[in-house]
Design a protein around this ligand. Structure first.
Ligand SMILES: Cc1cc2nc3c(=O)[nH]c(=O)nc-3n(C[C@H](O)[C@H](O)[C@H](O)COP(=O)(O)OP(=O)(O)OC[C@H]3O[C@@H](n4cnc5c(N)ncnc54)[C@H](O)[C@@H]3O)c2cc1C
Length: 507
């Protein structure tokens, strides 16, 4: 059997997306999971625009959108009264092809990813657990516990996508510093009396906070809240214990409970995302509060970032140093995300006077006028959707043209016959230009086998921060690697040489 090029430990959303990306590029990967089969809990619901943009590159975004429910609105309620409504359907209009937040239960999402992977010829090996990790002859040697007994697997590279209790992280000796919030939370999927409520409802009160939103097309609703005082210390809590508080805060009557669980929320980032030939991605590397539904989307972002780099290196289309950019790019974002969600979460769920006043007085009064301001709504969308993620300090980022520094995501804008993101297929680098491409640049792009997408200059391109006639070299994930005005072909040659890039026919 040929050596596995990449061994992926864990078939949650992070591992599945990594496997899909590698399989699309013809990389021989194995994906194992110690569970006996796919997960069945709804867990992460929010699928954000940046994730859908990546799925579009892989060719299945529209299928994911069709399976979920775009969230129509966020309603802020205080003491049973609506104090603000934010239209989510059009929140990111003009910013992304997916200007909404999609609600899709994690089990259905994973099933869909699993089918994509099977179509690419790779099956998850269920019931196979990583036990130990050592240096291998040309990479890593993993000891696996399989239903047929212990097995040794040599792989050139390994990725730990094995969740918060990551065995890979432990085996690499990477710490997981951070903390745990004092409050205990509950989560339930319920059917309510009367028609299902289609919007996200956030109910604020001095004594706590509760959320309600749609889960499944079957009409199931998700309820999330903080366990009332007195229940937080109890070992086992049943839904009936929180029914009176939840129903009163949310103004609902629960007819049936499908799933109920309580949990503590942690905020931690691993001490590193890489040791030698082994990487961490997803919850194995970072966990944080559920504020904003960022966890799963961040794991998928890690997988996309690592996947294209591994594929390029393994296909001999980039120097191995390309992989050095994974950790700084993604750990930097994970740290800032944990810090932001920590601040927001502590303020929102705290029991101190400040938090109680925030929930009962400040937010109900400030949110309505704030959410009516265009730039505030735009900023909110850019942040929550993850389209704002940029890597300006990455070793791969060079230059700036217009308002767009290297490392930024290529802005989404309409162009004749489509949009600026349409050419991106996740398979290779591309050059994009809005204005006139001069013959020397066209010639060098052709010589290097680099696809050039040139669009007529437009006011929309200017508004998006692009500079007329500037060239933007796009990485396979749609972030700008090199941005330069003047189209000097020498800049492109030098950048390609520095990173050992071979563009050629995309694989
Ligand atoms: C109640 C709840 C609600 C949430 N809501 C949201 C939300 O709205 N939005 C959001 O973005 N996130 C949300 N999250 C977080 C989200 O579920 C996680 O961030 C996401 O599942 C992480 O994906 P992952 O693939 O990195 O890890 P996991 O989904 O944890 O997958 C890890 C996999 O690795 C396997 N594994 C573990 N150890 C081994 C081993 N030794 N060998 C082989 N396999 C192994 C496990 O069986 C598992 O299948 C929520 C989480 C919870 C619990």
């Amino acid at each position: 059997m040929p050596q596995t090029q990449v061994l992926i430990v864990g078939a949650g959303p992070t591992g599945l997306v990594l496997a899909i990306q590698l399989a699309r590029r013809g990389i021989a990967c194995r994906i194992i999971d110690r569970a006996s089969g796919p997960g069945e809990a709804s867990r992460a619901m929010a699928v954000h625009a940046r994730t859908l943009e990546f799925y579009r590159q892989f060719g299945f975004a529209e299928r994911v959108v069709a399976a979920g429910i775009p969230m129509a609105a966020l309603r802020l309620r205080e003491a049973g009264r609506e104090v603000a409504r934010l239209d989510l359907g059009a929140l990111g209009a003009g910013e992304s092809r997916y200007p909404f937040i999609l609600s899709l239960p994690q089990d259905e999402h994973e099933a869909l990813l699993g089918r994509q992977l099977v179509a690419l010829g790779v099956r998850v090996e269920w019931g196979v657990a990583l036990r130990a990790l050592a240096k291998g002859p040309d990479g890593v040697r993993a000891t696996l516990a399989t239903p047929a007994g212990e097995e040794s697997c040599d792989a050139a590279w390994l990725c730990g996508c094995d969740g918060a209790h990551s065995r890979v992280r432990q085996a690499l000796g990477l710490g997981f510093p951070g903390g745990t919030y004092a409050q205990r939370f509950y989560v339930a999927d319920v059917a309510i009396d009367g028609p299902p409520r289609p919007d996200i409802e956030a109910n604020l009160a001095a004594q706590g906070l509760a959320l309600l939103f749609p889960v499944r097309r079957t009409g199931m609703q998700r309820v999330i809240g903080i366990l009332p005082p007195g229940l937080g210390d109890r070992e086992a809590v049943e839904f009936e214990a929180i029914r009176p508080t939840a129903e009163a805060m949310l103004g609902i009557s629960v007819a049936r409970v499908n799933w109920f669980s309580t949990y503590h929320v942690h905020h931690r980032v691993a001490a590193g995302f890489r040791r030698g030939r082994a990487f961490l991605a997803g919850d194995a590397g970072h966990i944080h509060s559920p504020a904003g539904g960022q966890g799963m989307n961040t794991g998928i972002g890690d997988a996309v970032n690592l996947g294209w780099k591994l594929a390029e290196v393994l296909r001999g289309r980039a120097a191995e140093s390309l992989l050095d950019s994974y950790e700084p790019e993604r750990i930097g974002f994970a740290r800032s995300l944990v810090a932001t969600t920590d601040r927001a979460f502590t303020a929102m769920v705290g029991t101190g006077l400040g938090s109680r006043l925030l929930r009962s007085l400040v937010l109900p009064r400030l949110a309505p006028p704030l959410l009516g301001i265009g730039p505030v709504r735009r900023r909110l969308f850019r942040t929550v959707s993850q389209i704002h993620i940029a890597y300006p300090d990455s070793p791969l980022s060079e230059g700036r043209a217009g308002a767009l520094p290297a490392g930024a995501r290529l802005p989404f804008l309409e162009v004749p016959g489509g949009d600026s993101h349409a050419p991106l297929d996740g398979r290779g680098w591309r050059l994009q230009l809005h204005g006139e491409a001069a013959p020397p640049l066209v010639a060098v792009a052709a010589e290097l086998g680099l696809k050039l997408d040139a669009f007529p200059w437009s006011a929309a391109a200017g508004r998006a921060g692009l500079a007329r006639d500037a060239a933007y070299l796009l990485r396979p994930d749609g972030h700008v690697g090199l941005a330069w005005a003047g189209q000097d072909p020498a800049r492109l040659r030098a950048y390609a040489a520095r990173h050992g890039l071979r563009f050629g026919a995309a694989g």
